[in-house]
Design a protein around this ligand. Structure first.
Ligand SMILES: [Zn+2]
Length: 92
């Protein structure tokens, strides 16, 4: 999980926040309650990884495992009559 650094343009309050890649950036300063937060751009565009290629490796292995599973289930389901039309519909 990446860490984002935020700074308030209004009161200068700085803090770090663990967020998912998919989460929206914060806007409201927890200190002065103004919508004056900005995400600091540092390594990797404001994202601090735990190591080089951390996310990429994680993502790849997840994706790889998922594909392997899909293939396995496809193979095991080929013998039975019912094959799901699309397995890429489960992204949500
Ligand atoms: Zn503030």
């Amino acid at each position: 999980m990446p860490t984002y650094e935020y700074e308030c343009k209004n009161c200068g309050y700085k803090f770090e926040k663990f967020q998912k890649m998919t989460e929206d950036p914060l806007k409201i300063c927890p200190q002065c309650k103004n919508q004056s937060l900005r995400r600091l751009v540092g390594i990797g565009g404001g994202i601090i990884y735990k190591g080089p290629g951390f996310y990429t490796t994680e993502y790849r292995s997840e994706e790889y495992k998922r594909k392997q599973k899909e293939e396995e289930s496809l193979i095991s389901k080929t013998s039975s009559s019912n094959i799901p039309s699309s397995s890429s519909d489960k992204t949500k």
